[in-house]
Design a protein around this ligand. Structure first.
Ligand SMILES: [Ca+2]
Length: 521
């Protein structure tokens, strides 16, 4: 059974090399052949803020993720997986719609998702699937009521809470306030209190649905974890496990003036902000402890993967189920002097992505091509034999799972739109290729960035003003705008102000960085 792959919104490398004369127009999608008698089950597990490198099989110095390691061993690891916007709600909307943020319009964590958008689970329902959503929705503000496309629904308001018991919200001497104690909304009919640790509760809801569903239809189960969103609280069984472990990130460039002087002013100034190392979340955060807690919090997510894989094994459904695990964005722990996400640096925009489908019989494979959150919807529709809507920005990467080599994008478009609530990160557009990344900032008096990721994987040496790179910068700038035009991304949405503003700096921290000499003439 084959389906015709299609590529949308990706720049072909050979074309880029030929002086960017233009971009290939790809043929419209061909309706994939229906898997009439063989629509596999689909288990989608989404982890919040999971960095691409925080898994045991990635060579991490201490985190233990045996079940994610098992997925990599028995399935496919996408080594170059990204989000097109590194922020919870926009990324989740891209997963559900197959669209860039500039097309689905969810550009922050506050404004509601539009009613006219199609979520791919709606199409799976029409294609014969029974669907369920269990976990963090977090689009449209503080809502938890059922959304279109799901036959079964369990969710909570906003970010949810790790524990509802305040006594369990103190970790390593630091109290972590938990915002909501409204429990779970079950199908809009029932409200159940949260009694245990959130990741375990969501796993239990998932297993309960799987074990008791009566439909003969194949299932699509979307498990959307709250973990490991800040502020991290691990399960009790994992607390303090890594308390002696060192933060394994590379040093930033604070003490290297030669590097600092090449960085945009906004990056230097964000050090002293809510999303910088000097004033992280307006606290005196110990970054090492923070990272230890993060890794400990991810362990319950790995347990959850293990429990779900175990059920697939024991129920006999494993061979007929595609499992896909991914993160909604990355996270910085001090790289570039920054924390959190939003920016176009690797730690922010890269995600873990693993799949397993035993019927393709390709254990332990790796895919190096660039895939993204916008590809999830087309890929899963393709797998289910459901027509991929032509308006979707992403492409099906199903052929890679089968060992095929389709024509594929060489460059990925990244975007982040400035939030009034977090004014320290500017509107960002980036073109990310296998070797070079071009980052363009909009609306600020500052400079752009270009990195040679092969020579400089930590993005320390900004080449934007260097001789010898100016033709490449021009070419990539044109390619970026071609991609934006091709995907209706030339205009920037403006939405109503909502939510708290976090614009403060610490009076004890660094003073603002001024213009460097290159700005003067
Ligand atoms: Ca997130």
């Amino acid at each position: 059974m084959t389906s015709k792959p299609r590529i949308k919104n990706g720049v072909n490398l050979s074309l880029l090399c030929s002086v960017m004369a233009g971009f290939m127009s790809f043929a419209p999608p061909i309706r994939p052949a229906l898997y009439a008698d063989n629509q596999p089950n689909i288990l989608l597990i989404l982890c919040d803020d999971h960095r691409f490198d925080a898994m045991g099989f990635m060579g991490h110095p201490f985190i233990e993720t045996p079940h994610m390691d098992r997925l990599a061993r028995e399935g496919t690891h996408f080594e170059n997986a990204f989000v097109t916007t590194s922020l919870c709600s926009p990324s989740r909307a891209s997963i559900l719609t197959g669209l860039y943020a500039h097309n689905h319009g969810v550009i922050d964590n506050y404004n509601p998702v539009r009613e006219d958008l199609t979520f791919f689970p709606e199409l799976l329902q029409k294609g014969g699937y029974e669907t369920a959503f269990i976990g963090k929705w977090h689009m449209g503000g503080n809502i938890d009521h059922p959304q279109r496309g799901f036959d079964h629904w369990v969710s909570f308001k906003g970010q949810g809470v790790y524990w509802t018991d305040p006594a369990k919200s103190s970790v390593k001497g630091r109290f972590v306030p938990q915002a909501s104690r409204d429990g779970f909304n079950i199908n809009g009919k029932e409200r159940k209190s949260q009694d245990g640790y959130i990741t375990d509760e969501l796993t239990a809801f998932s297993l309960d649905w799987l074990k008791h569903r009566e439909s003969e239809k194949p299932f699509f189960l979307y498990v959307s974890h709250k973990a490991a969103h800040a502020d991290f609280i691990p399960a009790e069984r994992h607390a303090y496990r890594y308390q002696d472990k060192k933060l394994p990130i590379h040093k930033d460039w604070k003490d290297n003036p030669d590097i600092a002087s090449t960085k945009p002013l906004w990056v230097q100034n964000q050090r002293n902000s809510r999303h910088g190392v000097e004033y992280a979340y307006y606290t005196d955060l110990d970054m090492e402890q923070y990272y230890q807690r993060y890794c400990e919090t991810l362990l319950a997510v790995d347990d959850s993967v293990g429990e779900l894989l175990k059920w697939l094994d024991e129920s006999g459904e494993a061979d007929n189920t595609l499992v896909i695990y991914l993160g909604d964005n990355g996270f910085l722990f001090g790289e570039h002097g920054l924390i959190d996400k939003r920016n176009a640096y690797e730690e922010s925009m890269r995600i873990p992505m693993l799949t397993r489908y035993p019927r393709f019989n390709r254990p332990g494979t790796k895919v190096s091509q660039t895939v993204a959150n916008i590809d999830i919807a087309p890929t899963l529709l393709d797998l289910a034999g459901v027509t991929i809507p032509d308006h979707m920005d992403g492409s099906s990467f199903l052929p890679f799972l089968k060992g095929e080599s389709p024509e594929w994008r060489s460059y990925l478009l990244y975007e982040y739109l400035w939030e009034r609530n977090y004014p320290q990160t500017p509107t960002t557009h980036a073109l990310r290729g296998e070797r070079y990344k071009y980052i363009r900032y909009h609306g600020i008096w500052d400079k752009d960035e270009l990195y040679d990721l092969k020579k400089d994987p930590h993005e320390l040496h900004n080449l934007i003003r260097e001789d010898g790179y100016q033709d490449r910068i021009t070419t990539m700038n044109q390619a970026l705008f071609d991609l934006l035009e091709e995907t209706r991304g030339e205009s920037i949405p403006l939405q109503r102000d909502r939510g708290t503003q976090f614009f403060h700096r610490s009076s004890k921290g660094s003073k603002a960085t001024g213009f460097s000499s290159e700005f003067y003439q």
